[in-house]
Design a protein around this ligand. Structure first.
Ligand code: S3P
Length: 175
């Protein structure tokens, strides 16, 4: 399928990738310009838990957060025509990747560690980056995750130096 008008898009699009790679921004553009239904996993989980992610990590532990991600993906796998901005760790669990693949297309957004640092430097809602907001630590965690991200992806789109509109076009050209 080409072109990417909203009538043509049926499969879900799951945007995966490292924190700060632009998933939320691109997802929002796909909603705004192409009429897809938007699900922001982090926000949805925060709403359901009634607390921010940093508090879920601190009070309930990371495993609880990961289970909430899987539960949400189970629910989303039954729906269509959605763009899902996944949390940066969601593709690390094989079960999650299977849920995405059975209900849509998995698009990996990438960016250089320098770009990521610039984008995350002012945020305080990413517990895994606390005390690690430097290029070396970001590059190390990114490298650790890269094999799982790449294995999960149906499509890889680099975001460095591109506008959200350009990234959306690249994604939709391949649908
Ligand atoms: C995480 C990424 C975050 C959020 C949580 C854990 C990760 O989402 O889900 O802090 O493990 O990479 P974003 O990628 O939207 O920042």
């Amino acid at each position: 399928m080409t072109g990417g008008s909203s009538e043509q898009i049926r499969e879900n699009i799951y945007l995966i990738g490292f924190m700060g790679c632009g998933k939320s921004t691109v997802a929002f553009r796909l909603k705004k310009d192409h009429g897809m239904h938007l699900v922001e996993m982090d926000s949805q989980i925060e709403r359901e838990a009634g607390m921010p992610i940093s508090q879920i990590f601190a009070e309930r532990g990371e495993m609880c957060f990961r289970d909430m991600e899987t539960e949400l993906l189970r629910q989303l796998a039954g729906r269509k025509d959605m763009v899902v901005s996944c949390g940066g760790g969601a593709a690390m669990r094989e079960e999650n990747v299977q849920l995405m693949k059975k209900s849509g297309r998995v698009v990996l957004l990438t960016a250089s560690p320098e770009t990521i640092l610039e984008r995350v430097s002012r945020s305080s809602h990413r517990p895994l980056l606390e005390g690690k907001k430097n290029v070396r630590d970001i590059a190390a965690l990114m490298e650790q995750r890269r094999p799982a991200y790449e294995a999960a992806a149906d499509q890889v789109v680099s975001t460095d130096g591109k506008t959200p509109e350009q990234i959306c076009s690249e994604i939709l050209e391949n649908i």
